[in-house]
Design a protein around this ligand. Structure first.
Ligand SMILES: Nc1ncnc2c1ncn2[C@@H]1O[C@H](COP(=O)(O)OP(=O)(O)OP(=O)(O)O)[C@@H](O)[C@H]1O
Ligand SMILES: [Mg+2]
Length: 336
């Protein structure tokens, strides 16, 4: 089992409040991802769950037991950091075994667990190498393996992929997804990469300046954001925000238009302007149109398109997909 409950959890460094009252229930086996801008408190919250950081007030429960006063090694957790923090003088096998050795586990158990983890993470042929003889991706897999062999109730990951190059990041992301499927363990994972969050999470926790803005499945956050912050954070390119009046909406302050819900046309659009910039990504094309009142509006189209910078277009918007926000940025949901 590996449930986690946070009850009104707070953290201050001196007189600076960093975590400002977080409540969260994580189910056994769930993959939970904390996302949010740099400095919003993701790592601090994770370190508090791990016991590497004191909790100023509130309670943290793992499997129903309050762990606030327990040191990290008594919490049943294993943490994987952005920097792999491997011992350079130990082999891969040595690094993966160390925690279990220190805990006095029998040699046969250690060997068995290391063998299973090495197979799972495709590290079998590297077991006798030292970290300096491995690529970044392999080192990170060793760090993950070191966590796996401990069979924790809770895996904690702090941006494990951000030191890897783009291709390796995708591969390792798929491996972590496969690992979660195989182990069925509870995982709490911090990233500022929304693609990682969308592709890995059962539920995403969107943090902003020490408070939770919204918790939901990736598609809940995409289709039903609670406010402008979440709407702007989930989705790439970002949602466009324009004065609601410009797109014919009277009962809201701001209209949110996802780039993929806008098409370019020669007439019939509520907004229009000149193309100021185009990003050709092959599979998709992002077009930025400078509209007089609405400012720069991003449009995302599938496939390749040969539009020219400087050419004039109108923007046709799917009205049924416009998001409405009030003056405070809170979402106004239409009653069905
Ligand atoms: N030991 C500390 N003393 C004082 N302030 C701290 C300490 N550790 C973190 N902070 C502050 O707490 C806030 C949250 O930091 P944290 O590392 O949790 O952010 P983060 O969301 O993980 O950001 P990033 O995406 O950049 O890693 C920041 O403003 C940071 O400066
Ligand atoms: Mg961090």
């Amino acid at each position: 089992m590996g449930t986690l409950s946070l009850r009104n959890v707070r953290k201050s460094f001196g007189n600076v409040d960093v975590i400002k009252g977080v409540d969260l229930d994580v189910e056994d086996g769930e993959f939970i991802i904390f996302v949010g801008p740099s400095g919003c408190g993701k790592s601090t919250l994770l370190r508090m769950i791990a016991g590497l950081e004191d909790t100023s007030s509130g309670t943290i429960e793992i499997d129903g037991a309050v762990v606030n006063a327990k040191p990290p090694n008594e919490r049943g957790i294993a943490m994987v950091f952005q920097t792999y923090a491997l011992y350079p003088h130990l082999t891969v096998r040595g690094n993966m075994s160390l925690g279990l050795k220190q805990a006095g586990r029998p040699k046969s158990v250690i060997e068995e667990r290391v063998a299973v983890a090495a197979r799972m993470l495709s590290l079998e042929e590297y077991l006798e190498r030292r970290p300096a003889e491995l690529s970044g991706g392999q080192r990170q897999r060793v760090a993950i393996g070191r966590a796996v062999v401990r069979q924790p109730k809770l895996f904690l990951f702090d941006e494990p992929l951000s030191n890897l190059d783009a291709a390796l990041r995708v591969n390792t992301r798929l491996e972590i997804a496969a690992l979660h499927r195989q182990l069925g363990s509870t995982m709490v994972y911090v990233t500022h990469d929304q693609v990682e969050a969308m592709t890995l999470a059962d539920r995403i926790v969107v943090l902003n300046a020490g408070v939770i803005e919204q918790v939901g499945s990736p598609m809940e956050l995409y289709n039903d954001p609670a406010n402008k912050f979440v709407a702007g954070f989930i989705g790439s390119p970002q949602m466009n925000f324009v004065d609601a009046g410009l797109v014919g909406i009277k009962d809201a302050e701001t209209a949110g238009l996802r780039p993929e819900h806008i098409t370019l046309a020669s007439s019939g659009g509520r907004l229009g302007g000149e193309i100021s910039h185009i990003e050709h990504l092959g599979g998709e094309t992002n077009i930025y149109v400078n509209c007089a009142d609405a400012g720069l509006v991003g449009v995302r189209m599938f496939g390749e398109h040969a539009f020219e910078v400087g050419s004039r277009h109108e923007l046709v918007i799917d009205d049924s997909r416009i998001f409405r926000f009030d003056a405070e940025g809170k979402r106004i949901r239409l009653s069905k």
